[in-house]
Design a protein around this ligand. Structure first.
Ligand code: AMP
Length: 285
């Protein structure tokens, strides 16, 4: 069975009980509409912690005014079954009022530097919302560790920076991106795609794979790799490019040359119809 809590006191009572039994506590923050990528995060968490908490909360403050907050898929019963199957002990499913008791005058967390580029440039305020809700979840659950997906590469960097800067005693684990058989990164937003768009969406992975192939073949010019990303993405009909970047995997600063011990990551965002998708791939280890 998986227990469900909607209040801060309810979560803390369960977590305190588990701690009393000597179990380590792990947290997997999600927005629900769970897929096999989320399941992998929960399973990984179960390997590291005796008591796994999954939070399901569509966080309003990380959505822009014209984004998909109201239509974001909400599949709570199916999510519970997946949590149970993957070994979660507790699902925390709060309302916005529980998470934001002061409403719009809530205290916020800013992580400058990493938050304004890439996703942050396209979605102003997004990472302020993310950092804020994650710190709140950390304070409510007080986990020993928390698991995030590499799928949201910039997000896990923002969280790591926040935890480091604020001395938050939570160990952050990043789990590799889980993909469909053809390479498409799993995403709750893939549910928005019709069958034709689902095929078109593969353009993101195809572009990343082309970029990695070029680097493996000796390409060292980051501009040339950016061009490969753009050209591959734009050759897929129905894809509208938002950004295609080659960046330092630690700082997200654009890089000039590949190699020299820098971990380089290719990051892309694109629209397929009215659905905005992101993906990324390490170019060098
Ligand atoms: P979300 O529900 O989309 O906010 O995602 C919750 C967590 O699952 C985040 O840490 C995501 O990075 C992670 N996640 C989402 N999709 C995937 C995926 N395809 N593979 C691995 N982790 C993922």
């Amino acid at each position: 069975m998986v227990e469900v809590a909607e209040s801060v006191a309810g979560v803390r009572a369960s977590v305190d009980r588990a701690r009393g039994e000597g179990r380590a506590v792990g947290l997997v923050p999600t927005m629900g509409a769970l897929h096999d990528g989320h399941v992998r995060l929960i399973e990984r968490c179960r390997e590291e912690a005796g008591f796994v908490v999954v939070s399901i909360f569509v966080n309003p403050t990380q959505f822009g005014p014209n984004e998909d907050y109201t239509r974001y898929p909400r599949t709570f019963e199916a999510d519970l079954a997946r949590c149970r199957g993957a070994g979660a002990a507790l699902v925390f499913a709060p309302t916005p009022e529980v998470i934001y008791p002061s409403g719009a005058t809530s205290t916020f967390v800013e992580v400058p530097g990493l938050s304004e580029v890439l996703e942050g440039a396209s979605r102003p305020g997004h990472f302020r919302g993310v950092a804020t809700v994650v710190l709140k979840l950390f304070e409510i659950v007080r986990p020993d560790l928390a698991i995030f997906g590499q799928k949201d590469y910039q997000q896990q960097l923002v969280i790591r920076r926040m935890v480091n800067d604020l001395h938050v005693p939570v160990r952050i684990v990043t789990e590799p991106t889980v993909r469909e058989a053809d390479g498409l990164a799993m995403s709750s937003r893939n549910r928005y795609l019709d069958p034709a768009q689902r095929q078109t969406a593969l353009g993101l992975f195809r572009a990343l794979a082309e970029a990695r192939r070029a680097v493996a073949g000796g390409e060292t010019s980051a501009d040339r790799v950016r061009q490969i990303l753009r050209e591959t993405l734009e050759s897929s009909e129905g894809v509208r490019l938002d950004y295609a970047e080659v960046a330092d995997g630690k700082t997200l600063e654009p890089i000039d040359r590949l190699g020299g011990g820098i971990r380089a990551v290719a990051l892309v965002a694109a629209w397929v119809g009215s659905t905005r998708l992101i993906d990324n791939l390490a170019l060098t280890e």
